[in-house]
Write a protein that binds this ligand. Structure first.
Ligand code: NAP
Length: 479
């Protein structure tokens, strides 16, 4: 039984022509949100529902709700806002849906849930209709919040160009930019899109967690357990700030090096192969693709290091030490100085070292932040390719150099003191210097004029031995 239900507003307004009318099957969250946006954009909206009477109170004002068959007759374009499991209700409607454009909005709960994509399944149920996959990457919530707050891109795919154009026209009128992804075979990819869970962040996050855990336990043994075992001193309270403030810069510096190491390795690989026309190994490709995430995580750790450093003066331990020093030092110091007939000398070298250490750290962090800002898509869009590569490559390596120098200055002459190597192990900052030093040395080799000239030629398409391999290539095009 087809029951018609009009909202009070709709009764007074004449029905828009079919081209300006769209149908939405399903009055659930997605159907209602989409219907509201369509109404706001000026479309006439007819909902198709199993229970038009009870659904009429749910739908937005200005929309109409009918049974599925009647609703499908009112518009050429039909959005299917129903879960895929219930698609079989469309089979009896196959005749009415012939020639109509059906937009499949559905998503799944997990990847590969069904043997075929939902949109392909829909097409098999209603072979006479033109199925277009689209709008599934939006959420009902974002649709309701309006164009200012929502994701602005809509991905679509389908076999029929006309059907896709009809859907694109609606998407544009709703304030979205529509991206045609090709044929219906791409539907599975679009359906997997909302199920992605930070795919490019996984490897960098694993590296960050792995490095943090490894260095935390290493420093725990070297700093806290060593003091307990050898001097019976309980300094476990240092775990919260001192240890954290050692782990953060170590992880940050290693991750920044990991950000620049694949680029350097790729250059050496191209030099070795003498061509850029061969694919990099998969592992290197994957590594290069997550450099931005590695860099942003490195910046996060650097930021934590800055915060931990800034709170040092307000720590109880530090204030207590300072107080004890003020109370005890002048008397004991003056007595010992009088006894030994000496005065405290200002050590210019130590002052230079301290100031340089701090200054390089500040400059390095400043550039770090600049790198982070210029990796934002909105900022990248305002930069030319040359500006982007200048910042990310040249200033990036400079950042690595400054941060590495900052760490070397932290170590200073302690590298040579045997007391630094507790239980014959090097301190964490020494270990973390290995990778950045290697990256910087390799980069130095790459920018030497003769190597740089060769790598530039390779990147411009020159191939080593190409002339011998294919003599025709070297012949002039015009005799
Ligand atoms: P929902 O709230 O569960 O609503 C689905 C609607 O389908 C129901 O309100 C009902 O409408 C209809 N329906 C239920 N069982 C049916 C059956 N056996 N036969 C025919 N129709 C039936 O789901 P939803 O959240 O709106 O999602 C709808 C579709 O959009 C799903 O495929 C989902 O994957 C997709 N999607 C949802 C979102 C979101 O944010 N919610 C985002 C992207 C894509 P009537 O009672 O009026 O018949």
């Amino acid at each position: 039984i087809e029951c018609v239900s009009l909202s009070p507003m709709m009764e007074a307004v004449p029905a828009p022509p079919e081209s300006e009318r769209v149908c939405v099957f399903g009055t659930g969250d997605m159907g209602r949100s989409l219907g509201l946006r369509l109404l706001q954009a000026g479309y006439g909206v007819v909902f198709g529902s199993r229970r038009p009477h009870s659904s009429s109170s749910l739908i937005p004002h200005g929309a109409q709700v009918l049974g599925h068959a009647a609703a499908s007759q009112s518009a050429h374009l039909i959005f299917i806002a129903v879960q895929r499991e219930h698609y079989d209700f469309l089979v009896p409607l196959a005749n009415q849906l012939k020639g109509k454009v059906l937009v499949d909005l559905s998503n799944n709960l997990r990847k590969n849930q069904y043997p075929e994509a939902n949109a392909e399944y829909l097409q098999s149920l209603v072979p006479g209709a033109e199925v277009v996959k689209g709008f599934n990457t939006l959420s009902a919530w974002s649709l309701q919040n309006g164009p200012s707050d929502a994701n602005r891109q809509v991905y679509i795919c389908g076999e029929s160009v006309e059907a896709k154009q009809a859907v694109i026209a609606v998407a544009i009128k709703l304030g979205f930019s529509a991206l045609d992804q090709g044929f219906l075979s791409v539907a599975r990819e679009l359906e997997d899109f909302p199920l992605q869970l930070f795919p490019q962040w996984r490897l960098p996050l694993r590296i960050a967690i792995g490095l943090s855990a490894a260095f935390f336990f290493y420093l725990l043994i070297r700093d806290i357990i060593y003091a307990y075992v050898t001097q019976s001193k309980d300094i476990s309270f240092r775990i919260m700030v001192s240890l954290a403030n050692k782990v953060c810069p170590i992880v940050s510096l290693i991750m920044l090096s990991l950000c620049y190491l694949p680029g350097v390795l790729a250059s050496f690989l191209q030099l070795y192969r003498g061509t850029k026309y061969r694919r990099f190994p998969d592992w290197l490709d994957r590594w290069m693709l997550c450099r931005k995430q590695l860099g942003l995580l490195a910046l996060g750790f650097a930021f934590l290091h800055v915060l931990y450093t800034l709170i040092i003066p307000i720590r109880y331990y530090v204030r207590f030490k300072a107080l004890v020093l003020i109370i005890n030092t002048p008397l004991s110091l003056s007595l010992s100085q009088i006894r030994e007939n000496r005065t405290t000398q200002f050590d210019t070298t130590t002052a230079w070292r301290g100031d340089s250490y701090l200054s390089l750290g500040i400059l390095g962090f400043g550039l770090y932040v600049l790198l982070g800002i210029t990796s934002l898509p909105s900022v990248i869009n305002t930069l030319s390719w040359r500006e982007f590569s200048f910042i990310q490559s040249k200033l990036g390596h400079l950042t690595l150099l400054l941060c590495t120098a900052h760490t070397y200055l932290y170590g200073w002459n302690r590298f040579l003191s045997s007391s630094t190597y507790k239980w014959y192990t090097p301190p964490g900052y020494m270990l973390c210097l290995v990778l950045p030093s290697v990256v910087l040395l390799l980069k130095l080799l790459l920018i030497t004029p003769c190597v740089d000239r060769t790598i530039t030629r390779i990147r411009q398409g020159w191939e080593r031995g190409a002339d011998q391999r294919n003599p025709k290539d070297s012949q002039p095009l015009i005799p």
